[in-house]
Design a protein around this ligand. Structure first.
Ligand code: HEM
Length: 361
């Protein structure tokens, strides 16, 4: 036993001399997490990170058998689902994982918003987060086309047609993504490269910056907690206390993923026929349902402006609120703080209501 301990400390000493491990441990121990009734939301970023890990591992495994060619893409997914050992399992982990990850990132975004974690000095943590959100949605959009089934094909077509309506840049971006005027081999090649190389590189680099900023500034404290006299505030050490709880929460999050994967393995629809008619009632993935439903509600013409263009402009203005909020609600003005909260509540309710409406209609 004693011999084992000595052996353990020798290894640690070896690593310590070469990597200065104690510096990292010291940093992690110095970080403290405020304990209050909203502390639960501090777990969201970590859950998003663990789901991201699953996406990377399963994505790499899927690449071994997936073929990004219009003649073979659908067949390669069928093969993964039915002939490759555990192929259905890995693919379901990737598909369910994508949905859970986006869901958790949305929760993380809104919880950071309502805890006012965008305020000084965390403006850039917030902005890096906003870009991460866009990257996650881009992952969803590009990945959706890859199985080349009917629904994914036509949903992508509609998505690109709508994106093309964005003033100034929309048309060019849609053409570049499509690789021409129609969805073709060029599109699937581009989507594949963006999905497996461009987005992961951008996401990992940005996430590194995001986590570095979190480490630099520590966890934010909600206004109610800040108001408590210093002596009555409770904190816990990030390492080992919060970190071990993080691991427990990850286990729960992974359990949820495994339950979904085993009870409802991800299927695949009939192969896309680019010359066929779009199936009736085609809808995008749930995370694009809110803007999709909103655009359906806008009349074809609003005054002199085309309805879809008007809808896109209106949604862009609404989304701009998330960009200016760190400066609008910097903590100096109570009324601005209230306006920011009300704005967040309206956006959250509108997004949920439009998504549910879109799913049911
Ligand atoms: C791939 C997606 C993301 C990952 C993996 C991630 C990860 C994390 C982690 C691990 C933390 C520390 C623990 C926590 O507060 O939950 C954190 C904090 C934070 N994140 Fe993210 N994040 C992501 C996306 C976002 C998004 C979309 C936003 C908002 C626009 C955002 C804004 C923030 C802010 C403001 C903090 C500091 C919270 C505080 O100090 O209370 N993150 N993130």
């Amino acid at each position: 036993m004693v011999g084992d301990t000595r052996k353990g400390s020798k290894v640690l000493n070896f690593l310590e001399d070469r990597f200065n491990l104690s510096t990292f441990l010291h940093l992690a121990e110095k970080k403290k997490v405020p304990v209050h009734k909203h502390s639960f939301w501090y777990y969201m970023g970590g859950i998003a990170a663990i789901y991201l890990g699953i996406q990377i591992v399963t994505g790499i495994l899927l690449m071994v058998y997936y073929v990004p060619e219009i003649q073979s893409a659908h067949a390669s997914i069928l093969k993964i689902n039915s002939q490759i050992d555990f192929g259905w399992f890995i693919r379901s982990l990737h598909s369910w994982g994508a949905n859970l990850m986006i869901f958790v990132v949305v929760l993380h975004l809104f919880s950071a918003y309502f805890m006012k974690a965008y305020r000084k000095p965390r403006e850039f943590t917030w902005y890096s987060g906003l870009i991460l959100m866009v990257l996650c949605l881009a992952f969803g959009f590009t990945g959706y086309l890859l199985p080349w089934d009917e629904v994914s094909f036509f949903a992508t077509k509609i998505g690109l047609d709508v994106a093309a309506k964005t003033p100034l840049i929309g048309g060019t971006i849609a053409d570049m993504l499509r690789g021409g005027e129609a969805i073709s081999q060029a599109t699937i090649s581009r989507f594949f490269v963006i999905h497996v190389a461009v987005l992961p590189a951008c996401l990992i680099a940005l996430l590194g910056g995001h986590l570095l900023l979190v480490q630099m500034h520590g966890m934010s404290e909600p206004a109610a907690f800040k108001g408590i006299p210093e002596a009555e505030k409770t904190y816990e050490k990030f390492f080992p206390n919060f970190f071990f709880k993080d691991i427990l929460v990850w286990i729960l999050a992974l359990n949820l993923l495994f339950i979904l994967v085993t009870l409802a393995p991800w299927g695949i629809g009939p192969e896309a026929d680019p010359f066929g008619a779009a199936p009736l009632g085609i809808k995008p993935e749930w995370y694009f349902l809110a803007p999709f439903q909103f655009l359906k509600l806008v009349p074809p013409m609003v005054g002199p402006i085309e309805g879809e263009l008007f809808g896109i402009l209106l949604m862009s203005v609404a989304a701009l609120g998330f960009v200016i909020v760190p400066f609008f609600d910097s903590g100096q003005s109570k009324s601005n703080s209230k306006i920011a909260t009300v704005y967040g509540v309206i956006i959250a309710i509108a997004a949920v209501a439009l998504s549910v409406w879109g799913a049911l209609s």
